[in-house]
Design a protein around this ligand. Structure first.
Ligand code: SER
Length: 320
């Protein structure tokens, strides 16, 4: 790959992935883009940046031609909670944006496309204690519906057009650089910010809600490892389950209390509880381990320690 376009470069994963890929492939070779939100200083100052809307194929094509893009990472998506408020918007961004990326990739003979999927593909009928790689996919959210359809569409483009497409079913991603926007797993980030800022947090899902989660350094590592894997060795393409750790909100609170003993948590479940309840506690990621050597590093306590340290420093500097 010589020139990578990141779509959704101001989002939780996109903003950090842009910087990580610039470190590997060179600042000028990783073009960040988004629809309208201005990028962070770090993203803007370290390399090229473009504003455009992926649902407009001509604009996408223009940017790809301008920079001679040969790989696209499409991180733009409307997540589960916002998607339930605006289902048509979720369909438009997640599906029309995706098909434009795939069509442009075929037209310009791209070397690689990376399209993230999510634990939101699962739902009733999936074994919820540990979701297998191959299982029933009957999501109850528009976000999940677009992710299942997206996986199928990507696999179709692999076999029909020979495109090199890769994708991961991300669990909830926990990070301290860019806040997540509009997902059900957002509580797992907000809890750390509120613990540092206020010493307490009111959670929108119940204490015993358990979901698969991952710390950002592992998310970046998994994404880049899959991008660099030998395509000929992959049996799966767009739908790798990716696990790291699973815990309840109560267990997160206990982990935080080891470092902030007076931390208090209360629970006021809202509509996101039903979404969380439809997703599995954990996922079986043996295909990712076998096919491209996936191996996460962080567990709950090592992540908590790091999150509280980084967020604590930002708070002291008045940045949050
Ligand atoms: N983090 C996403 C959400 O909560 C799941 O992929 O919607």
């Amino acid at each position: 790959m010589k020139k990578i376009l990141i779509i959704g470069a101001v989002g939780q994963i996109g903003s950090e992935l842009t910087l990580a890929l610039r470190n590997i492939y060179g600042n000028e070779n990783v073009i960040a883009s988004t629809r309208k939100t201005p990028p962070s200083d770090k993203v803007r100052e370290s390399g090229p940046f473009e504003f455009f809307d992926t649902t407009n194929k001509d604009d996408l094509l223009k940017v790809c031609k301008k920079y001679e893009i040969d790989a696209i990472v499409n991180m733009a998506a409307i997540l589960s909670a916002v998607g339930e408020k605006y289902p048509m918007l979720a369909w438009d961004v997640n599906m029309n944006g995706l098909i434009n990326v795939l069509e442009v990739a075929v037209e310009l003979k791209m070397k690689q496309v990376l399209i993230p999927s999510s634990i939101a593909v699962f739902g009733p009928g999936t074994p919820l204690d540990c979701a297998p790689q191959e299982t029933v996919l009957k999501p109850t959210t528009m976000y999940g519906v677009t992710k299942v359809a997206g996986e199928l569409l990507c696999d179709y483009y692999v076999q029909r057009f020979g495109l090199d497409i890769r994708g991961l079913r991300y669990p909830g991603i926990i990070s301290n650089e860019t806040l997540p926007g509009g997902g059900t797993t957002d509580y797992a980030v907000a809890i750390y910010y509120d613990a540092v800022k206020y010493g307490k947090y009111t959670c929108f899902v119940k204490e015993d809600t358990k979901l698969p989660m991952m710390y950002m350094p592992d998310c970046l590592k998994g994404t880049i490892d899959l991008m660099q894997a030998d395509f000929s060795k992959l049996k799966h393409h767009s739908d790798f389950n990716l696990g790291a750790m699973s815990f309840t909100v109560g267990e997160m609170a206990d982990s935080i209390k080891k470092y902030i003993p007076d931390f208090e948590i209360t629970y006021e479940p809202d509509f996101r509880q039903a979404i969380a309840d439809s997703w599995p506690d954990a996922v079986d990621d043996s295909a990712a381990k076998e096919e491209w050597g996936w191996k996460p590093s962080y567990d709950l306590d090592t992540m908590t320690q790091d999150m509280l340290k980084v967020i604590g420093e930002k708070h002291k500097k008045g940045l949050i």
